[in-house]
Design a binder for this molecule. Structure first.
Ligand code: PLP
Length: 429
């Protein structure tokens, strides 16, 4: 597989390099040189396969001979150990539930495949993943790399500033997962990580890697669940399918557009955001004018400069699709709350991110069309917000409930780089 840097097309790498490097020169994103395309009959054949076999075929179509197809299949089988079911919400609307993985959010799909891919391409090099988290990504990364050989993970988080349940989810694992509660805020954690990456000696000695969210392996993995959703729909639902994606950094939407470019017949995509609406405003006015990020109840989408946007523009350009064909809408916190409540009255318990995607879809769906919105997180992940809206408690899924009584294994540390550096340099394999 060949990928090029969107900021400098002369930088070309293979899949292994893209996975290991993450970003190219000038912080440019990598993009596939060729998007494999399937005919309608090939798509029909793919849709008949089970989730894991089909996903391995889709990923091998991108990766090519660089990784043997049996190895890709093994990576997918290890990564995708939970389903992505479509549930009916109304006659003409369903939701693709992407939150049945170990950390109850769609990021488990991309994170777990990236972890498997990294082990595959790292040969026998030892790698230390260092990352800062305000909650969500840390949990997904920790679970994705748990027990994997030659890889250890060090996660920094602000002490006392993430929800207790969130902390239990990734600070009770042990083995190759090291968690450090920093006496400071999230910015302090991020600045410690940045200092570590600027320290060439440390970087080389411990094989530092960031495994961050712009890694191409995540996006490719996410393509697979759009096919899985389609496979579960009946013929009438497939005919005019509209998919609404709750968007923050726009990775999920990028993956959906790639699925369409590969031949999956999706009529239209909707980019749904909260009040951090840089993209909807851009699509209306043609002006890219990010505002300061505002805090909302759908906080995983509190992004005003979405880092995957250049990939989306590249897809539209390469496929000759007009950017005006991308539907869009932004939803306020007030309307998000009303929508969670309204969905609950219809018998579907949602959470703010999925509810935003539903709201824009409901408002824009035309007669004859079938709509799907992505359910990106389990309602229990946003328990405080959801319980506040509904006015009653919700039950915890077993992934959260079983960790609630476990002992935290985190180290405590001052926000001091020399202390962190010593810790990393002396950490035993
Ligand atoms: C990360 C996240 C999103 C946004 O996904 P992007 O790929 O960044 O657009 C939406 N919902 C939830 C629950 C998330 O964790």
């Amino acid at each position: 597989m060949r990928l090029y840097n969107l900021k400098d097309h002369t930088e070309v790498v293979n899949f292994g390099q893209a996975v290991r490097q993450g970003l190219g020169r000038e912080q440019g994103l990598f993009f596939p040189g060729t998007i494999p395309a399937f005919s309608a009959s090939e798509i029909d054949e793919l849709l008949k396969l089970d989730f894991v076999s089909r996903s391995a075929k889709l990923l091998s179509a991108f990766i090519g001979s660089e990784i043997a197809s049996e190895d890709v299949l093994r990576c997918v089988r290890n990564a995708f150990q939970f389903p992505a079911p479509v549930k009916a919400v109304e006659d003409d609307i369903g939701t693709l539930e992407l939150f049945h993985g170990p950390t109850l959010a769609f990021k488990d799909f991309g994170g777990r495949f990236m972890a498997q891919a990294l082990v595959q391409v790292a040969a026998n090099d030892r790698i230390t993943i260092l990352t800062a988290t305000s909650g969500d990504t840390g949990a997904a990364v920790a679970h994705a790399f748990y027990h994997l050989p030659n890889i250890r993970v060090v996660i920094l988080y602000p002490k006392g500033k993430i929800s207790p349940l969130q902390e239990k989810l990734f600070c009770t694992l042990g083995d190759n997962i090291h968690t450090i509660a920093i006496e400071g805020d999230f910015d302090d954690c991020q600045s410690l990580v940045k200092k570590a990456f600027d320290d060439e000696l440390l970087k080389k000695t411990i094989g530092l890697n960031s495994a961050n969210s712009i890694n191409i392996s995540r996006l490719l993995a996410q393509i697979c669940y759009y096919f899985e959703a389609f496979a579960q729909l009946n013929e009438a639902q497939r005919r005019e399918l509209v998919i609404s994606v709750p968007s923050g950094n726009f990775g999920d939407l990028t993956a959906g557009l790639l699925a369409k470019a590969m031949g999956l017949p999706i009529k239209r995509f909707i980019a749904a955001t909260n009040s951090n609406d840089t993209v909807p405003r851009y699509l209306d006015s043609g002006l890219w004018q990010p505002h300061t990020t505002v805090a909302t109840i759908s906080n995983a989408m509190d992004v005003s400069q979405p880092n995957n946007w250049p990939r989306i523009e590249e897809i539209f350009k390469r496929e000759n699709w007009p950017l005006t064909s991308l539907a869009h809408g932004a939803v306020s916190d007030e309307v998000t709350k009303q929508t969670v409540l309204a969905l609950n009255q219809k018998g579907y318990l949602s959470e703010p991110h999925g509810a935003i995607a539903y709201r824009v879809l409901r408002d824009q769906l035309q007669s004859g069309e079938y709509g799907l919105f992505l359910g990106t997180a389990h309602p229990a992940k946003f328990r405080e917000v959801v319980e506040g809206i509904l006015g009653h408690d919700i039950t915890l899924p077993k992934e959260l409930a079983e960790r609630a009584d476990m002992t935290l294994l985190s180290h405590n540390m001052k926000s001091d780089f020399t202390v962190l550096r010593d810790f990393l340099m002396t950490l035993q394999w």
